[in-house]
Design a protein around this ligand. Structure first.
Ligand SMILES: C[S@@+](CC[C@H](N)C(=O)[O-])C[C@H]1O[C@@H](n2cnc3c(N)ncnc32)[C@H](O)[C@@H]1O
Length: 202
């Protein structure tokens, strides 16, 4: 059996306090403080360790994910999809954070309802990070769409019922089609599930 691929050890990283927007109440929550260190650190390390060059993110909000990804790779090709009016009020913050990375390439899609999307921008993404609507229907639909475009999918919030009820049936459905779906769960504050789309086999 071949040796497992060596994993790089990437230094811990903390998302800076300064980037959080004032009216984002999460910033005052002790749970959010832990999330800040553990969750965004994992996003940073993921991009760094895997040498990720392109990321599409579903659910941009204020751009904290964007900031974490671009801190790990300042030359990243990034596309952010924010399809909820609630999230649009943070758009300026996300765009300001994008401005901190002059060597990265950005594209944003501000609209409504990802479940209505049937194509994504770009043809291939190293990583698609799904962190949008947390209902089973939306997660299933985001996975179905993203799997056509991604080498890897990182699904956030796998501790939430809607997310679990979306990803479970999606994986089972692939098995029903005779496909094996390599995936790995990371016990981060919000629970990250990595789906290795490029390694899906019959
Ligand atoms: C948890 S926040 C995203 C946080 C962001 N990924 C980060 O790391 O900073 C979820 C975002 O998804 C957006 N959203 C809600 N429904 C959506 C949908 N159907 N499609 C895409 N985005 C959606 C919300 O407006 C919100 O901004």
């Amino acid at each position: 059996m071949a040796d497992p691929a060596p994993r790089l050890i990437v230094e811990d990283w903390k998302i800076p306090h300064e980037i959080f927007v004032e009216n984002d109440k999460e910033g005052e929550d002790p749970f959010f403080e832990e999330l800040r260190d553990d969750h965004y650190n994992h996003l940073y390390r993921w991009v760094k360790e895997w040498g990720i060059r392109s990321v599409l993110e579903i659910g941009v909000k204020a751009g904290y994910g964007l900031f974490s990804f671009c801190s790990a790779n300042p030359k990243l090709r990034y596309c952010g999809i924010e399809l909820c009016k609630e999230g649009h009020r943070f758009a300026r913050n996300a765009q300001e954070l994008a401005g901190l990375f002059p060597d990265a390439r950005f594209e944003f899609l501000w609209g409504t309802r990802s479940t209505d999307l049937d194509v994504l921008p770009g043809s291939r993404w190293d990583l698609i990070y799904i962190d949008g609507e947390h209902t089973a229907e939306a997660v299933f639909s985001d996975l179905e769409l993203s799997a056509r475009y991604a080498d890897q999918i990182l699904l956030d919030d796998c501790i939430m019922e809607g997310v679990v009820n979306g990803v479970g049936p999606w994986i089972v459905r692939q098995y029903g089609k005779g496909l094996r779906v390599p995936h790995e769960y990371f016990r981060t504050k919000h629970g990250h599930l990595l789906i290795d789309v490029a390694e899906i086999t019959e």
